[in-house]
Design a protein around this ligand. Structure first.
Ligand SMILES: *[C@@H]1O[C@H](CO)[C@@H](O)[C@H](O)[C@H]1NC(C)=O
Ligand SMILES: *[C@@H]1O[C@H](CO)[C@@H](O)[C@H](O)[C@H]1NC(C)=O
Length: 412
């Protein structure tokens, strides 16, 4: 059976070059400040939304009290603009004393007490993207050790204001320094974005050896154009990107912006569905204090999350691109299951797309279909034509499994 062969071939290739820190065997999930809160440091006039201790403890409260943590959303990640403009007298980074009066260790403890994890941000250049102190080559070991001493759990290492030589030396050096720090720290590398995103400049094999995840492409913005641009880029380059992803090393198409202002409900489901197909890290950047129930139910969709978190960790692909504007995406999953997403790029009414599982490369036989967003179940023969109605810029997402009794038949 074609599906099984693919699964084993990819699982074997994973073992050959994984980053050996044992972390992030499934895509990391949590919350990251950047897209929604940016570099707002004005705590005098905007205390609720400025980058401060309070923002992160507020989000931690929401993650732990509103059902997010149990679903896997455990990282609370600081981005740029957290630090003081000066290093301390020992040459270490330090947080802005007014906005983070308790220091980073207190914030880390706050997370750990609630079963959450804390992520922090640094930049390999002379200064960060927003002009805060950078982590040039001669500061890498100091900063890695400082983050470990603070009990931080993850680092996003950005690349603004650095050149190619510094990146070539600095990204591997930070990987080594984090490992040597004595604390398991997940490592997110922004390196590919600063190397035009693709080979030959980017060596994705090397990234898989150094980093747990990497930002391949440009920053997401709060708009459908931005989300669609990211979808286009990742699936246009899927043959480069799919082989390099696997447990412990993930392509990162950037944050989930569901719950903000730029996406309709259909577009929000599209982002959730295709980030699950891509085995993408799921870092929300939104305001969990005020998020709508509609956005929340998309982000908390159990089946979409379980597809994203499938233990095989095989990134999915686009398998059909119709002239009508319908595209079909597929991801192989454990237990002989798979996920299918039907996506419409059209700008009109819901489009009735007709196909069959056989035409989507499934073998003949009977399959159980679970519709991820309507939660309806049906049985479907591989050879039978069916019609899905796909809203414009929306998706229909299916979890496709082999019924249990047939599974038994196969093995006994
Ligand atoms: C990169 O920056 C370093 C300073 O950190 C400088 O010595 C080096 O000449 C630069 N290399 C290039 C290729 O610009
Ligand atoms: C990419 O990195 C890998 C692992 O570090 C290395 O073996 C390989 O030679 C590199 N490829 C190129 C084209 O530099």
């Amino acid at each position: 059976m074609v599906l099984v062969v693919l699964v084993f071939a990819s699982a074997l290739s994973v073992a050959t070059f994984a980053l050996e820190n044992g972390l992030m065997r499934t895509p990391p999930m949590g919350w990251l400040a950047w897209e929604r809160f940016r570099c707002n440091t004005d705590c005098d006039s905007d205390p609720q939304n400025c980058i401060s201790e309070n923002l992160f403890t507020d989000m931690a409260d929401r993650l732990s009290e509103d059902g997010w943590r149990e679903l896997g959303y455990v990282y609370v990640n600081i981005d740029d603009c957290w630090s003081s403009m000066e290093r301390d007298e020992k040459g270490r980074l330090q947080p802005d004393p007014e906005r983070f009066p308790g220091g980073i260790p207190k914030l880390a403890r706050y997370m750990h007490d609630r079963g959450l994890k804390l992520g922090i941000y640094a930049d390999i250049g002379s200064v960060t993207c927003e002009g805060y102190p950078g982590t040039p080559l001669d500061k890498i070991e100091t900063d890695a050790q400082t983050f470990a001493d603070w009990e931080v759990d993850m680092l996003k290492f950005d690349g603004c204001h650095s050149n190619a030589t510094e990146q070539e030396q600095g990204y591997p050096l930070m990987s080594k320094a984090l490992k040597a720090s004595g604390r398991p720290i997940g490592y997110s590398c922004s390196w590919p974005v600063y190397q035009d995103c693709l080979p030959p400049k980017v060596n994705y094999t090397q990234l898989g050896e150094l980093c747990n995840l990497w930002r391949n492409y440009y920053d997401i913005e709060d708009s459908w154009d931005s989300v669609q641009g990211i979808i286009d880029w990742f699936f246009d380059h899927q043959d480069v990107l799919i082989p390099v992803a696997g447990p412990g090393r993930w392509n990162d198409p950037d944050m989930l912006i569901i719950g903000n202002f730029g996406l309709s409900m259909d577009q929000s489901r599209t982002q959730m569905a295709l980030w699950a197909i891509m085995a993408a890290p799921l870092f929300m950047s939104n305001d969990l204090r005020t998020i709508s129930s509609g956005a929340r139910s998309i982000l908390q969709n159990k089946m979409a999350i379980s597809i994203n978190q499938d233990p095989l960790g095989i990134q999915g692909r686009r398998i059909v691109k119709e002239k009508s504007g319908i595209e079909v995406f597929w991801r192989p999953l454990s237990n002989n299951a798979s996920a299918l997403v039907f996506f419409s790029r059209r700008n009109d009414m819901p489009y009735r797309y007709q196909t069959s599982l056989r035409r989507l490369n499934y073998t003949t036989g009977i399959y159980k279909i679970f519709d991820v967003f309507t939660e309806k179940t049906m049985m479907l023969k591989g050879s039978t034509d069916f019609v899905v109605s796909v809203n414009h810029t929306g998706v229909v997402m299916w979890y496709v499994s082999v019924p249990a009794e047939l599974n038994l038949g196969q093995f006994y």
